[in-house]
Design a protein. Structure first.
Length: 439
């Protein structure tokens, strides 16, 4: 058991210790109680206390109850970027404050620029500016901390963790042609002809004649992959009642759409994919959750924002009120990597109200749309990125979550190589000795 001494046990400190060490630690501000302990001990205070301890000099962040600009100049520590540098101490920076800064998304509460969709731009982030977006940095720090503690207590180890891989799917447009509004398809026929898109015209005609499967209907193919590799995916359905802007889903009132959701929900976890419209009106989101719940006949507890439209703290506060208890939106739409510098689930800390919430955040590291449209990768480049993420998350026993879209896993000429790449990636992963089914 790890024993931690500090002069003041703040709400922020309690939160980050619980996330980093789970229930396998004791924290006290009683110096006599601390002195009586042997083994793995951390002195989180400005003054040394005993010979056999690991001392971390506190940065002020965890004792504050406000949000303000912080000096986050990075330096190298054991080959890793670190910040909140301190003098003396066994470790030359406040690892607890630095982890809290990243995990709470502190920087997103500060003045910042936004991208074309009004989202927090990744270019604002400390991780981007210091080139560690590709790293689950907090877990890498913790591995080094573990080694330091083992010098005091050879048998000490961090709380046990198991690597897992979870594919997730955003179903923005369930079908390309089938079950779409009649006027949309009629217009589509004429548009294809006018623009000489004869392949699309023929494909649309064949689907409507029943001679060819709708290209976005890849659900049986995905199920075969999941069964072959013993995967438990999560599907997020866009069920906006009104088709508008980027909300182009099949209407949830359509029998085929309801049947699709029910079929998938019988076997896998299903969550809500809140529409863009719901970002302007929380009552819209409540209606969408009720719609999906009525289709599944079970409460909806999982969510991922459509287009990753999210603003802290309001988006998460609204989800909690509904109530949603797990969110999968923690990542960027413009670059792949680790938005919170962490590859594991964690509870959201509401900085505005200074409290640990019940909302469990599940970060993702890769999205196919980002690789295709924002980064301009070829399929082999995206596969290499996926493999790199897979290896480093394995190395920290983290949780790898990726986002794919049914409409990018088709047999259509422009996307077929992406479909092949995904199947190839899963096949390669299954051959590694540490490949495990997600929990």
């Amino acid at each position: 058991m790890l024993f931690i001494y500090t002069t003041n046990i703040s709400t922020r400190l309690n939160y980050i210790l619980a996330e980093l060490f789970k229930n396998e630690y004791t924290v006290t501000n009683n110096i006599n109680e601390y002195l009586a302990q042997n083994g793995a001990c951390i002195n989180y205070s400005a003054s040394p206390i005993k010979a056999t301890e690991l001392q971390i000099i506190p940065h002020p962040l965890l004792q504050e109850n406000s949000i303000s600009n912080q000096l986050t100049e990075c330096f190298d520590w054991k080959g890793l970027p670190a910040f909140f540098k301190t003098s003396n101490g066994t470790i030359p920076f406040d690892i607890f404050s630095a982890a809290f800064y990243l995990l709470s998304r502190y920087e997103e509460y500060l003045p910042h620029s936004v991208d074309e969709y009004g989202r927090y731009a990744h270019t604002n982030s400390l991780a981007h500016k210091n080139n560690f977006l590709h790293l689950p940095l907090i877990q890498l720090w913790m591995q080094q901390l573990e080694k330091q503690l083992q010098q005091l207590a050879a048998n000490y180890s961090l709380p046990s963790a198991t690597f897992s891989f979870t594919p997730t799917y955003d179903i923005d447009i369930a079908y390309a042609y089938l079950h779409q509004p009649i006027l949309k398809n009629v217009f589509g026929f004429f548009k294809d002809l006018m623009q000489s898109k004869f392949e699309s015209f023929s494909e649309r005609a064949m689907v409507y004649a029943g001679k060819q499967k709708d290209p976005f209907d890849v659900y049986n193919w995905l199920q075969d992959l999941h069964e072959q590799y013993q995967l438990n995916p999560i599907y997020f359905f866009l069920v906006a009642n009104n088709r508008k802007g980027v909300d182009k889903n099949i209407s949830p009132s359509k029998k085929a759409m309801r049947q699709l959701i029910q079929k998938i929900g019988e076997k896998y976890l299903v969550g809500i994919h809140p529409s863009w419209q719901s970002g302007n009106d929380s009552t819209v989101l409540k209606k969408e959750i009720n719609t999906l719940s009525s289709i599944l006949n079970v409460p909806v507890q999982l969510s991922r924002q459509h287009f990753l439209r999210m603003q802290l703290p309001s988006t998460y506060q609204e989800l909690i009120a509904l109530p949603i208890n797990k969110d999968y939106s923690m990542g960027y739409g413009s670059v792949n990597g680790f938005r919170a510098s962490y590859a594991n689930a964690f509870f959201w800390y509401d900085l505005k109200n200074e409290l640990k919430t019940t909302l469990e955040i599940h970060p993702f590291c890769y999205m196919d749309a980002t690789a295709i449209f924002k980064l301009g990768y070829a399929p082999y480049e995206a596969k290499k990125e996926l493999q790199d993420f897979y290896k480093i998350i394995q190395s920290v026993n983290g949780k790898m979550i990726c986002i794919f879209h049914n409409n990018f896993l088709t047999d259509q000429v422009a996307l077929y190589e992406w479909k092949k790449m995904y199947a190839s990636f899963l096949a390669d992963c299954s051959q590694t000795p540490v490949y495990q089914v997600n929990a």
